[in-house]
Design a protein around this ligand. Structure first.
Ligand SMILES: [Zn+2]
Length: 71
């Protein structure tokens, strides 16, 4: 099974100081340094924010007349 990993450009490992050596593993929620093997937990706060995106009220402002295209 191939694990998805993203190279974290422009980030420098705080442990060994190597730039562009940090890889993000979204599946595991960790970032790992290729050079020294240091791992850091990555807990995207955006995942917790999904509950607050629920509000459909913001769509009430859309008036279909203003699009007016079809007729
Ligand atoms: Zn490192």
């Amino acid at each position: 099974m191939v694990e998805i990993a993203h190279l974290l450009d422009e980030l420098t490992c705080a442990t060994c100081g190597t730039p562009n050596a940090l890889w993000l593993y979204p599946v595991r929620g960790v970032a790992e340094c290729r050079e020294c093997g240091e791992k850091a937990s990555v807990l995207p706060e955006s995942l917790d924010g999904f509950d607050s995106i629920d509000g459909s009220g913001s769509l009430d402002g859309l008036d279909s007349d203003s699009y007016g295209g079809g007729r």
